[in-house]
Design a protein around this ligand. Structure first.
Ligand SMILES: C[S@@+](CC[C@H](N)C(=O)[O-])C[C@H]1O[C@@H](n2cnc3c(N)ncnc32)[C@H](O)[C@@H]1O
Length: 232
């Protein structure tokens, strides 16, 4: 199913459209990502990993791992990474040596309390629902384990917000259309409207059984990092 260009899909239509979109853009995903973010995405993932405060040789699941960027850096840090993603195209384009599973974040193919921590990069707005995902995080991460979730954000500063809005809404779809798939990169800025308000996401994390819930803006609000500890 191609990503619709008019109204945003919901429910199972959204799940299928998202999977098909990532299957399509997978081969050029990394290259386009690095160009669009001027490689800032690398630093944002690094900050997410450091917020996990991992012990040596921890087992960490990279949820919606895509092409495995988090898996690579976890592996380099001496940790055991496992990737899960819905899109076979993205998994086939992955460049990591970690075990990768095809699966849905709303029904994770992992046992209860089976990992020390979880990361998730830029997938929250692609999910059909967030609360069941937060429930899955609390189920698979052991008590006392950490989670770090990254997604796009809106800068607080009005001048930066204006510049960012031009870049994100006009430049990104244009460059994405030239280098990869026009519909997919037109969907990217529109998909931000799926993302709930920060206060709602932090409340849902608390309701799912997380403590020390924090939200941080990265690089002036170009990205946001939600982190928390699964209650013991
Ligand atoms: C923007 S990419 C991010 C990939 C990677 N985490 C990164 O930081 O580059 C979003 C990823 O979420 C995956 N995804 C979307 N919905 C999903 C779901 N319900 N379950 C698992 N993965 C999903 C997509 O297939 C895609 O690989």
């Amino acid at each position: 199913m191609a990503m619709p260009t008019d109204k945003l899909p919901q429910g199972d239509d959204k799940r299928q459209a998202v999977r098909s979109m990532f299957d399509t853009i997978a081969p050029r995903y990394d290259m386009v990502n690095r160009i669009m973010t001027f490689r800032m995405d690398v630093g944002w993932r690094r900050q997410a990993v450091s917020s996990l405060r991992l012990d040596p040789s921890s087992t960490v699941v990279d949820l919606a791992c895509g092409t495995g960027d988090f898996c690579v850096s976890l592996d380099e840090g001496g940790h055991e990474a496992i990737g899960v993603d819905l899109s076979l195209g993205m998994l086939r384009s992955a460049r990591c040596s970690s075990p990768l599973l095809q699966g849905d974040l709303l029904a994770l193919p992992l046992a209860d309390n089976s990992v020390d921590a979880a990361v998730c990069g830029y997938a929250l707005r692609n999910l059909v629902e967030l609360r069941p995902f937060f429930g899955e995080l609390a189920r698979v991460v052991r008590p006392g384990g950490r989670i770090a979730l990254l997604d796009v954000s809106e800068p607080d500063n009005p001048v930066v917000r204006f510049g960012h809005s031009i870049y994100f809404n006009k430049v990104v779809p244009f460059i994405g259309g030239l280098l990869s798939d026009k519909n997919a990169y037109a969907y990217l800025p529109r998909s931000v409207s799926y993302l709930p308000a920060p206060a709602e996401m932090t409340r849902w994390l608390t309701e799912a059984g997380m403590v020390d819930v924090e939200r941080r803006q990265l690089t002036g609000g170009l990205s946001q990092l939600l982190s928390a500890t699964v209650s013991s």
